[in-house]
Design a protein around this ligand. Sequence first.
Ligand SMILES: [Zn+2]
Length: 335
Amino acid sequence: MQLNQYAWLDEPKAKIGANLPPAMLMHGLTGVGKRTLALHLAQSALCEKVSLLQTPCETCPSCRLFQAETHPDFKILSNDESDASADDVRASTNKKTKQVIGVKTVRELGTFCYTKPHRGHAKIIIIDPADNLNQNASNALLKNLEEPAEFLHFILLAKHSESLIPTILSRCLKVHVKSPELKITSSWIEQQSSHDHIDEHKKELAIRLSGCAPFASTKLIEDVDFFEHRDKILSLLSQTPINAFSLAALCEKIETPVIQRIFYPLLHDLLMIGLGGDMVFHKDKVAEITRIKRSLTPKRITHWQDNFNDYLKSANHPLNRRLALEALFLKWPQT
Ligand SMILES: [Zn+2]
């Protein structure tokens, strides 16, 4: 795993220094490259030709085992199916993943933590995401962190450092993996893309919605469903009067995080233009937004936003999702 294409990961790597600490927490947005950096570090530490976390050689037996995902001194605990994938994008808008890494998974580390390395001097465990460790899993992990074998290194990945319990946090070196600036993410996407032309509006929207996280932005640009859903919702909201039942029927088919990702930027931009400012997320949809805005006042928009937030709180309740959505859209402020 080479890092030369990911210049923004140099800074967090430099913070780690020349040796892996017993435990480290890398935190940063989804799709910023935490998994990529963690895999790079793990392979470097296990490489038989280089030392001090230099770039792994890619040719020694250890690097080959690592590339084949069969290294006996490396483990990755994850809640997604493709847990050995090279990047940390789980920003997928329609793939369902389990939310929690449970105590059973952590306990399954078992003897791995206490038996000596098969090949070199290190054993490495990546936990991704560490945000979702439940209480029992956190306690089981804490046991390993409290009495770590000298060869053992934990790399925890999380979106927010606060989501870990303080007793785990206090044992970790904390490294923030920051998103690059919009311009840098944008030119990185251009370089990576196999397409001749990427729609500039779409690209900028994807970057802004992903907080400039490069992998997440790329993923979102390619997410045809997301843009289709967004177009349909904007088109239905542009009608006068809006049809709450059609909107509810459409939104019922869309996962809640996607709905959230469509409506928060929409409400933001409606408020911005209501207050005389500029749109940020809908520069490609000026006509639709103008129609949707109609005579909506900022006050009415924020009022509906409160209703939307209430809906989100109960959105994972499997009963009556359609009815809840209908009730929500019936409250859409019409003139
Ligand atoms: Zn090597």
